[in-house]
Ligand binder design. Sequence first.
Ligand SMILES: N[C@@H](CCC(=O)N[C@@H](CS)C(=O)NCC(=O)O)C(=O)O
Length: 216
Amino acid sequence: MKLYNANLSPYASRVRLQLYAKGLSAEFVPPPGGGIHTPEFAKINPLERIPALDDGGFIVPESGAIVEYIEDTHPTPALRPADAKERARMRVLYDIADHYILGALLKLFNQANPATRDAKIVDGALTDLAKSLKGLEHYISGGKYALGSTLTLADCALVPALFFVSALGPLFGQSDLMGATPKVKAYFAAVQSDANVAKILKELGEALAERVKSGR
Ligand SMILES: N[C@@H](CCC(=O)N[C@@H](CS)C(=O)NCC(=O)O)C(=O)O
């Protein structure tokens, strides 16, 4: 398997975490042609987004489709609960990370430069983020993993999202964005004792430091 990847992408990071947790090896490659928006990569993924999976010539774009495909083709160890209610709980946690937390973070990411910052957009995004974290606080298990005692796809989506919550907060004068949601805060501290989670967080941290250093 080949994954078109960028270590800083929260979407690609969820796939890498799934692969590590399942003990699967894949080749991680940057998009060909020197970027995401190139004719070379558009031939592979016309949506021009990272990640995309190439499984022997079968291309799957979209991280949600990729993680489901990997679960279907490599079912053990399962990162999706078999029980319908548990699976629905997992999906809710995954979707909170995917739609709400990353949605608010994306707005903040675009306001990172203080020179061009729009205070109204920042306030709106911080309000959305606080609401999303409050929703997460309601559904998260309170244990080491988002759903309970084992790592699931919910953790694959939440870990990169919460990495960016803690990394971006200080840029907007918010050093403790998880402070109002103690279960979420305790979860993010506890899940880091998982070796695969620690590996993903290290990769994200290094990629972010490199991006900051390059000034892009
Ligand atoms: N819904 C997509 C989102 C992927 C996505 O937006 N990836 C970003 C990288 S973090 C990207 O490729 N952005 C290209 C761009 O917007 O120029 C997924 O889940 O895979």
